[in-house]
Design a protein around this ligand. Structure first.
Ligand code: SAM
Ligand code: SF4
Ligand code: SF4
Length: 348
């Protein structure tokens, strides 16, 4: 690919937000059917997932990632669907980890996984160059886990995966818990007790109105404030400064030295003002917001032979036009339902 007339500088959007993070969905398939993400009524037997030829290849993903790095990206997160279902995903990590940054700043390669297939893969992921790992786990009790994930997978499988990842040095490991009113709110304290003093950073996420299939209602959201109050009553907390500007999770540490937790208040305390995340769907569309209604196709131009410079320009223009601040604008009573994109497709 020729690279005449390269535009190789950082871009900012209409609200002066730089492009720093790229989330890549490597598959739209998943072995769980979490009710808040891929409800079985919609993603059941009749659902048509993408065909192999429609997926971006690892080479195509790596090429687009390289161009996004030229425009400012310094953190890449692989997601999905369930990223560990993508055959040979370690090879993609290896390719991404080999990409240079022009300013010498390290490139972070992270992954979010449901952890069910992690135990056997932790070592190969680490060896391939994965730098950070987040495992999603919504409950410790078997019944509640089953209810949240609507699957026959077990909590033990996920805990084994977490232990394996810690053993190979994928630290500090984060565990994400989405909290849904009356379903798993009773798991907050058991999860805290389990992961305190364990080197794991547990992060509670407010249940979001992503996509259009999860039947979201504001009443189902347990707010970050409420979550923190519950924890603080048993294990007093103090706030911790963010690691960097734009960090999504608000950090808290246990006063008794038990470690750190985080809350992601996507609904009640929107963080659009410094959102620097772009998403690449499994079939090569770029989205500039989790709540986007449409994406910009890159696969067509990519497979049509477009040069690096032209593709880079295309990505830069998508970012430069970006006006998204959905969560800031969200007002439960007034937001009209629109046809949004499912999270399993563009990557959480
Ligand atoms: N399958 C992987 C997993 O579950 O970790 C990666 C993809 S998943 C879409 C990424 C993250 O999005 C998970 O931590 C999941 O809990 C979160 N998520 C999905 N739907 C959500 C929703 N409606 N509200 C809040 N978080 C959600
Ligand atoms: Fe699958 Fe992750 Fe969505 Fe659950 S949250 S259905 S594990 S993609
Ligand atoms: Fe970023 Fe969109 Fe979420 Fe706001 S709503 S934080 S712009 S992804």
């Amino acid at each position: 690919m020729n690279d005449a007339n390269p535009l190789k500088s950082a871009v900012t959007d209409t609200l002066q937000r730089p492009l720093r993070d790229l989330r890549i969905s490597v598959t739209d398939r998943c072995n769980l059917r979490c009710t808040y993400c891929m409800p079985r009524e919609v993603f059941g037997k009749g659902f048509i997932f993408l065909q192999r030829v429609e997926l971006l290849s690892f080479e195509e993903i790596t090429r687009l990632a390289r161009l996004a790095i030229d425009l400012g990206v310094r953190k890449i997160r692989l997601s999905g669907g369930e990223p560990l279902l993508r055959h040979g995903v370690e090879r993609l990590i290896e390719q991404l980890a080999g990409l240079p940054t022009t300013d010498g700043q390290p490139l972070e390669i992270a992954m979010t996984t449901n952890g069910t297939l992690l135990a056997k893969k932790a070592q190969s992921l680490k060896d391939a160059g994965l730098t950070r790992l987040t495992v999603s786990l919504d409950a410790l009790s078997a019944a509640t886990f089953r209810r949240m994930s609507d699957s026959t997978a077990s909590v033990a499988q996920v805990l084994e995966g977490i232990a394996a990842a810690q053993a190979v040095g994928l630290a500090p490991l984060k565990v994400n818990t989405v909290v849904k009113r009356s379903v798993n709110e009773g798991e907050i304290l058991p999860l805290v007790r389990h992961f305190r003093h364990n080197g794991v950073i547990l992060r509670f996420i407010e249940f979001m109105d992503v996509g259009t299939t999860n039947g979201w209602r504001l009443d189902d959201v347990v707010t970050a404030r409420e979550i923190l109050n519950r924890i603080d009553r048993e294990y007093p907390l103090r706030p911790v400064d963010p690691n960097y500007a734009g960090e999504v999770a608000k950090r808290w540490s246990f006063i008794d030295g038990g470690g750190e937790i985080g809350v992601i208040a996507s609904v009640t305390q929107a963080f659009c003002h410094d959102c620097s995340r772009m998403r690449l769907s499994t079939d090569g569309k770029l989205y500039t917001c989790l709540f986007a209604t449409a994406g910009s196709d890159l696969r067509g131009p990519l497979r049509g032979g477009e040069s690096d410079a032209a593709l880079r320009q295309r990505i830069a223009e998508v970012w430069a036009r970006r006006t998204d601040r959905y969560s800031q604008l969200r007002h439960a009573a007034t937001v009209q339902p629109v046809k949004r994109i499912e999270m399993s497709y563009i990557g959480g």
